[in-house]
Write a protein that binds this ligand. Structure first.
Ligand code: PAF
Length: 278
């Protein structure tokens, strides 16, 4: 089955109107789809969506000037085939000019949550994410939208902006999907050389080891330092962060519930992120 593709906000609204009174889910992506994205589609169905709309938009405003916007993998035909096979009803695949028409001047900024961790390492990143997600939610006006828990901070930023702007949408977080060896699926894994791919598994392993140590009473600062050292030993650059945080992404120096362990580190030219519940 071929998937219907719309490229303008007006065409998106017309197509979604035809799904009403159904329960519409939006699954925003930047393409280069893998099983983790298809799990978001399944999560949408699991949450009772009668119609699933996916979007593919490599959003320029969430990439820094020296980041990988230009080389970000793009293969719309393969992505559309995968979405059709997963039962997606509609694909929104706008050009940059459709999302950011000339004169575009509005930015959505989530202060605090968007400034720490990845926000500190990638200044402006979450302004771009918050802006495009707000625009996608306003364009599609879905009943629910699904985002992966691999981008834990992104999910927190999106939940905050939806609450703050009183957007009438339910936000659903879908669990991380991992390769057999534990590496979280990511479109950026395609950038890893075979040697880096083997060593990349140290990232989830270091988080697991740190989690075990913390559960057994290990001291937080030394445990996090040991995880960072394990990454460097495996060939990662010094991590941007290895941090234990609470639900508001505030650093914890002792375990309290709910706690999440997050890390971001670069191996070769590829920056990987991961997180795990304690
Ligand atoms: O997680 C992503 O793929 C992107 O950050 C998102 C949410 C589609 C916004 O561009």
């Amino acid at each position: 089955m071929t998937l219907s593709i719309v490229r303008s906000v007006s065409a998106l609204r017309v197509a979604i109107a035809a799904f009403r009174p159904g329960r519409v889910a939006l699954v925003p992506t930047m393409g280069a789809l893998h099983a983790g994205h298809l799990a978001l589609v399944a999560a949408a169905r699991g949450a009772g969506a009668t119609h699933v709309v996916a979007s593919i938009f490599v959003n320029p405003t969430q990439f820094g000037p020296s980041e990988d916007f230009d080389r970000y993998p793009r293969d719309e035909a393969a992505d559309a085939a995968a979405l059709a096979a997963a039962g997606v009803d509609l694909l929104f695949a706008p050009a940059v000019a459709a999302m950011y028409p000339g004169g575009h001047a509005t930015t959505v900024r989530v202060a605090g949550l968007g400034d720490v961790l990845d926000g500190a390492a990638r200044p402006g990143h979450f302004d771009g994410v918050a802006t495009v997600v707000t625009k996608l939610l306003l364009a599609a006006a879905p009943n629910l939208a699904v985002f992966g828990e691999k981008d834990w901070q992104q999910l927190a930023v999106i939940r905050r902006l939806v609450a703050d702007l009183a957007l009438p949408v339910e936000i659903i977080g879908a669990p991380i999907v991992r390769d057999a060896d534990g590496l979280a699926l990511s479109s950026r894994n395609a950038f890893l050389t075979p040697g880096e791919r083997i060593r990349a598994v140290t990232l989830p392993q270091a988080l697991e080891t740190a989690c075990d140590a913390l559960r057994e009473g290990g001291e937080v600062v030394t445990t996090l330092a040991a995880a960072a050292a394990a990454l460097v030993t495996a060939g990662f650059a010094q991590p941007d962060y290895v941090e234990l945080v609470d639900a508001d992404l505030r650093p914890l120096t002792a375990i309290s519930a709910p706690a999440r362990l997050l890390a971001a580190a670069r191996i070769g030219a590829t920056r990987l992120i991961d997180n795990i519940a304690l």
